[in-house]
Design a protein around this ligand. Sequence first.
Ligand code: XMP
Length: 503
Amino acid sequence: KIIILDFGSQTTQLIGRRIRELNTYCEIVPYNKFPYDDKNVKGVILSGSPFSVNDPNAFKTDLSVIRSHYPVLGICYGAQYIAQSAGGEVGRSSTREYGRARLQIVDNSDPLLGNLPQNSQVWMSHSDVILRLPDHFRTIASTEEVTIAAYKVEGEPTWGVQFHPEVSHTEHGMRILDNFLTICRCRKDWTPASFIETTVKELKEQLKDDKVILALSGGVDSSVTAMLLNKAIGKNLTCIFVDHGLLRKNEFEKVLADYQDMGLNVIGIDAKERFYKALKGVTDPEKKRKIIGKGFIDVFEEEASKLEGIKWLAQGTIYPDIIESLSITGMTIKSHHNVGGLPEKMNLKLCEPLRLLFKDEVRRIGLALGMKPQIIYRHPFPGPGLGIRILGDITPEKVRIVQDADDIFISALRAADLYDKVWQAGTILLPIQSVGVMGDERTYENTIVLRAVTSIDAMTADWAHLPYEFLAKVSNEIINKVKGVNRVVYDISSKPPATIEWE
Ligand code: XMP
């Protein structure tokens, strides 16, 4: 495996994903938590950082043991830190460089860059540069602005690159990372098939004849978790799928049928009325979230208590839920929570077979397990569901309006081949009425907002630039078919400063 030491860069997770795309297992650890006892480490990558190495608060760690034991690749801050800690000099560059540059390779025989063409594009993002290299360090590539764009330490498998090989704007970034993996003698055999084989074996050993319970949400993570466990322990896995009455139109029935087709032992619970009752008259978004969250736990617990001898709770926690890039304040790892508080309360052990996977890997594994692309490529959907897309209080009638409008919007996206081009889409019901005219009559009805965004990780998002004709068609169809709606608007805010959801 490769260890990525995280110095807090926004691209640390991306480095991890790239290494995994090269079929190599890697783990991201805080910069000062190197696993010295781990015998499987084959190489180390040092990430970038929001700090300057000259900042008194910059993240620093002792590299002596690491550098003498493993091949090392420093990226941006990582490269500067290696150079500075060995006696080199790092300082402000005359201009803050951000964007494309052309790489001039000085040493063609170098195994990291040797097989790259001259003048390929690389992506720079830094305000410091390495001004002077320590003795035994040698420049292997430059750009017009930066003399020391890449270096190698003589007699030791340590490299530094000022640019970012992990971003797609670096034309041959993947080849550079692949070269590094070759230098590390990685076998590059981490594939969905190998993951499934080892995980199923491990789950069998870990769980033996124990009974496991899992809450399905309809989303990809919990579904893939269920399929893996089903493969490992079959009927000893019981899945619970709760309808809180705030799912998409007919979603409960459709998804339940899909789960049954996949051979899962699943109990579907219709708890609509109970949730509507608990939510009656509640308008505050956080209160709504709490009521829905608690209601979900209560229903789940009641169902679980009807089953005998359950020992484990399985969850679809994935790697980004566990790792959070280091924040500037020095916080290390964010605690994760999927089904908050359940395991302690129910005295269950936790089983999270996807905890080391990125989202795209979960999808690849789902496909390798034979799951339908509709389930694998489903848009993200919030746990509180339509509850946070109905602004103000929730009533069954309002749920019907949002469900019908949402169904028209999502079906149209699919029909126009736009569904896979957006990250997430849905409709929001506003708590105001406005005047309209239908036939000869004045109407005073509700407004529906269409929301569709593009994103890579939901942390930032842009409104999707959907074609006007498409929006016009959806608007017409909603106003004509959904009783109680006389106006449709399109949300053109990006995140930040807005958010994806309205509550
Ligand atoms: P925002 O609105 O914060 O949403 O831009 C980012 C992503 O998170 C989802 N989201 C939630 N998911 N419970 C969830 O399980 C919630 O309370 C919740 N709020 C927002 C949102 O759909 C988007 O994918």
